[in-house]
Ligand binder design. Sequence first.
Ligand code: HEM
Ligand code: HEM
Length: 254
Amino acid sequence: MMTDSAHISDPGPSSALLAGTVPRAAVGHTATVRVTHWIATLCFVALLVSGIEITISHPRFYWGEEGTVNTPALFSIPIPASRSSVPTGYGYVLPDQNGWSRYLHFQTAWLVIAVGLWYVFFGLLSGHLRRNLLPSGADLSPRALANVIGNHLRFKLAGDEHTYNPLQRITYLLVVFGAFPLMIFTGLAMSPAVVSAFPFVVNVLGGHQSARTLHFFDTLFLVLFVLLHILTVYLAGFRKRMRGMITGGSKEDS
Ligand code: HEM
Ligand code: HEM
């Protein structure tokens, strides 16, 4: 079993870090965190590209069970479609890429579920989630939160090297235990095979079209997260942070 030794770990209250009292230390990650992170990133890109292609075939969204070109849309994305039957206001139709994109989306969905389970299983067993992602009581105090939010707003992120700051912890937990499970749940709710065996999966969301719309909004949330995630990694010291996430960190980092 892999352990977390010599990696982002056991930092004490990360508010001490914010106060600048924690010495410079490792920014490396265990092999499991690194491998699952980069496979999940590749999966995310594949799911996003294929998901966009799927959206282009019908860029109108609905709520409830039914939704067709003959029913009013909740909202539409102002782009041309790859199906001539969908009214978009444009005088032309985009090339239909639905075949490979659906195929890629569903294959990748299983891979990202497997990798996510591997990460969570390892994270629970090794204590990584408890030590490095769960914020402490001190982290959640209004003073500590105001401090870290203030630092982010002033783009002062360098120095948060020893561990994840409270805002990172809350956001990562929200992504791992909120946004990703919702993506999987709403994805399964759109699968005819799954809902014929377990109808409550779609009923609890209010219908097939609601599941699709929630899946779409969750995509927007994750895209926003990834953009801000990359920006914060850049501001916190891109080379060092990336070295930690790719190689596990070099000697001078530890
Ligand atoms: C090209 C895109 C990406 C880059 C460059 C990147 C980079 C990084 C880096 C450098 C870290 C370590 C941060 C640190 O040490 O302070 C990290 C952690 C993390 N990233 Fe990403 N990332 C990317 C995409 C993603 C995606 C797509 C997701 C999920 C949707 C994601 C979720 C996470 C999570 C949950 C962690 C914390 C992992 C842990 O310690 O358990 N990242 N990322
Ligand atoms: C980060 C992960 C994911 C992203 C960014 C993503 C994104 C998208 C997007 C943008 C669409 C198009 C929505 C539409 O117009 O219908 C879509 C459709 C879909 N996704 Fe995902 N998705 C992800 C994960 C998953 C997972 C894990 C599953 C399965 C468990 C899944 C199953 C589906 C299904 C069934 C559809 C509808 C396909 C169709 O209409 O034929 N997705 N996804």
